[in-house]
Design a protein around this ligand. Sequence first.
Ligand SMILES: [Zn+2]
Length: 123
Amino acid sequence: MKDDFVTVATSQFAEQAESIRLLLSQEGIESFIADANLVNTNWFLGPAVGYIKVQVLQSQSEAAMAILLQHPLATGTPSGESETAPAKCLACGAPMAEDAEVCPACGWSFNGEAEPEPQENVE
Ligand SMILES: [Zn+2]
């Protein structure tokens, strides 16, 4: 049966790619390192171009990914950092704390329907 190779990790550093390969090896998963020359054929990967890829058999990719997720330090992957954009004000673009509801810079609120300060009873 045909079994394709899939990339489970990328790294700019050969040493790191090697450590990932060793990690997978320790878990009983065979992997190999595809160097930057091969990456050129995958130009559509954009940011991954120039990176060293660690590939495993497709049938083992899920297990490999699970292992890598348990070892974020080995892969050097910042957990979720690049996936979720930092919260920022949609009105002025100022950075906002994730749990902040009101922009500290301009007072804009994620709750678009937030009521303005009641002015009627000021008298
Ligand atoms: Zn703002």
